[in-house]
Write a protein that binds this ligand. Structure first.
Ligand code: CDP
Ligand code: CDP
Length: 215
């Protein structure tokens, strides 16, 4: 049949990938996949089992066994509702280390490809979607904004101290961009969308124009 319509959205923490990705999926009648939630869910499962995040072999052994269900608003991990826990500090501080584990990536990338194959497409958001998971996506976006603006957005969303949040996202971005396997990067052929100073609606409209131009 026709090749699936995949829109890949990558970028650093707090750039607006989830918000924009959901709105875009709504406008296009596509489903939306937050792959960051999958890495967060995996991190939660590793912590629940008492496995140290940096233990390469033990984390690799756990990864294929973890049951992750994501439906719109709820994330269930091994039958437990982890929707709030995966956004908490413990998971946020550990997720980059778990995501650097090559077996974890192998397991989750396969699940992401299966998800798209079951649906003939979707809006998929993460760090390596345009570079590794779906390099042939119809549209590849690298959504970003200045670290300060990203930190301010996070603080408006969930509270906290803006300097602390900014330091934390800079640290995570640096780790995600410098890891050996599937680092965060602007994929070949991706369109950079700098959302500093743009509203969510402006970003969505801009991306719809890019999609129109790409077709
Ligand atoms: O929402 P936020 O930007 O804070 O992060 P996220 O999208 O929930 O992703 C959490 C973490 O998962 C990232 O910092 C990466 O370490 C990892 N991740 C990844 O390695 N590859 C992906 N495709 C998505 C997320
Ligand atoms: O998924 P990611 O970590 O990239 O970011 P997000 O969770 O979608 O967005 C973080 C916060 O920024 C949300 O509260 C959005 O409503 C807000 N945002 C914004 O104020 N302006 C934009 N152009 C995009 C997002």
């Amino acid at each position: 049949g026709a090749s699936p319509l995949v829109i890949a959205i990558d970028g650093p923490a707090g750039a607006g990938k989830s918000t924009v990705g959901r709105a875009l999926a709504d406008r296009l009648g596509l489903e939306y996949l937050d792959t960051g939630a999958m890495y967060r869910a995996m991190t939660f499962a590793v912590q629940q089992r008492g496995v140290p995040e940096g233990d390469l072999a033990d984390v690799a052994a756990v990864a294929p066994l973890v049951d992750i269900r994501i439906d719109d608003s709820t994330v269930t991990v091994d039958g437990v509702d982890a929707t709030e826990a995966i956004r908490g500090r413990d998971v946020t501080e550990a997720v980059s280390q778990v995501a650097a584990n090559p077996t974890v990536r192998e397991v989750l990338v396969q699940r992401q490809r299966d998800w798209v194959a079951d649906r003939d497409g979707g809006v998929v958001e993460g760090r390596d979607i345009g570079s590794v998971v779906f390099p042939d996506a119809a549209l590849k976006l690298y959504v970003t904004a200045s670290p300060r603006v990203r930190a301010e957005r996070r603080v408006n969303q969930v509270g906290g101290d803006v300097d602390e949040v900014e330091a934390s996202i800079i640290k995570r971005d640096r780790f995600d961009s410098s890891r050996e396997h599937s680092p965060l990067t602007e994929a070949t052929g991706s369109k950079v969308v700098d959302t500093t100073g743009m509203s969510i609606d402006e970003v969505v409209d801009h991306i719809l124009e890019l999609l129109e131009a790409a077709r």
